[in-house]
Design a protein around this ligand. Structure first.
Ligand code: CTP
Length: 154
């Protein structure tokens, strides 16, 4: 069993994310995606349009994804690799070289990003058209996810 893990915000889920997941899943048997929490994004100076629970729900629905876990701090990657018995740690190549130290624990790979699409690009493009910058409401269904961390049996 070869398990792959990747990390990111995955806001305004787009085809660049789908293609990354498709290529990652093809590297092994099981794909775990660690989605940055809103609190962790705040630490990074990033604000997502969709809440953590909403982003996790969308990512979890992608057919290439077997399990979603929250990413809450920078240091968790090494722990996750051991905890989930990871064979491949993977990121898009905008992170090239950033996580090479993890190669003592598992394979570390950086995949080419899909060109000309990013969450920021979508936000800027919508803002140019006069769309609201922030979501009007995070909805009331935030708790409707049943234990998103434990969907390993999917
Ligand atoms: N990614 C990709 N191709 C894209 C966009 C993102 O392969 N066109 C990958 C990134 O390299 C990263 C993961 O998807 O490994 C999550 O990236 P994220 O930052 O959430 O997506 P972006 O669209 O890059 O968002 P932002 O503009 O906020 O940085």
């Amino acid at each position: 069993m070869k398990t792959i893990i990747t990390y990111g915000t995955f806001d305004l889920f787009h085809y660049g994310h789908v293609r990354l997941f498709k290529r990652l899943k093809a590297l092994g048997d099981k794909l775990i995606v660690a989605v940055s929490t809103d609190e962790f994004n705040a630490l990074k100076g990033k604000a997502a349009f969709f809440s953590y629970l909403q982003r996790a729900e969308i990512v979890e629905a992608c057919k290439y994804v077997d399990m979603v876990v929250p990413e809450t701090h920078w240091q968790q990657k090494a722990k996750d690799i051991c905890k989930y018995d990871i064979s491949i740690f993977a990121m898009g190549d905008d992170w090239k070289g950033e996580f090479d130290e993890l190669s003592i624990l598992c394979d570390v790979v950086y995949l080419d990003r899909t060109g000309e699409i990013s969450s920021t690009e979508i936000k800027n493009s919508l803002a140019d058209r006069g769309a609201p910058k922030n979501q009007l409401s995070n909805g009331t269904d935030g708790n409707s996810l049943d234990n998103i961390d434990n969907k390993a049996g999917k």
